[in-house]
Design a protein around this ligand. Sequence first.
Ligand code: NAD
Length: 278
Amino acid sequence: MLCAPQHSKPASKPAQGGYIMARNAIVTGSTSGIGLGIAKAFAKSGMNVVLNGFGPADEIERTRSELAAETGVTVLYNGADMTKPAEIEALVKDSEAALGSVDVLVNNAGIQYVCAVETFPIDKWDAIIAINMSSNFHAIRAAVPGMKERGWGRIINVASAHGLVASPFKSAYVTAKHGVLGLTKTVALETAQNGITCNAICPGYVWTPLVENQIPDTAKERGISEDEVINTVMLANQPTKQFVSIEQIGETALFLTSDGAANITGTEIRVDGGWTAQ
Ligand code: NAD
């Protein structure tokens, strides 16, 4: 279901002899955190955006309408569940029908579950593989034909430092994120002559509401201070000893949609404060 299109911004960038149409983007998992940051960066640059993800309907509608009012672009919402291939395909098709095209696809929706492999719940494994990895395949599969037809597309998969290195107790997440990097390279090769790029962003620890909300509970659980949670648990692997910001991921994604990034394909950009350089 696509909700309440606002007025459309038909042209964003001057081109030789006239104007080119604004680009249209889908960002999965964009009702909070990194996805919302990417959606905001895109909308501020003049792209029309389809938001996706879960949350209270009134909060999602407020986010959607405020972003549309602030930027003047069309902002839609589609509640497709990333565990359901048919809903993912419909997300792409409905967005194409509503906006005319899907030029930029950001596969960002993700969940986490932390547990030793021998007791890892099977339903959690299945959900993480579906949302964090297979949904990327289903969305790409649906979006590539239109991109090929128009000879232009940008696919950005939000992977993780855990697409490159592992941590204990995150078997499903690390498996899914490594899989996303394999998919990224394969799609890049298949679309290299169609004006399409496919890349991954690999964030380290990003300061999202999800991360922030864990701090008091983790402090209580471990019997340490909130500062110690941040410095000795969360930032142990991050040489900068700083969280990556949502805005920094948004700017990285925006760069990957630019003409300057047209020859960057099949690779990952690490935004991890040096984590994977170690
Ligand atoms: P978040 O929990 O703030 O956002 C996750 C989004 O995914 C939400 O909008 C949520 O509603 C949506 N979502 C969850 N399940 C869904 C489903 N079945 N269908 C549709 N949407 C669904 O998390 P975040 O920290 O912003 O993470 C976003 C992405 O960034 C994830 O892929 C995550 O693995 C990746 N990442 C996050 C960090 C970090 O430190 N926060 C680091 C590396 C990678």
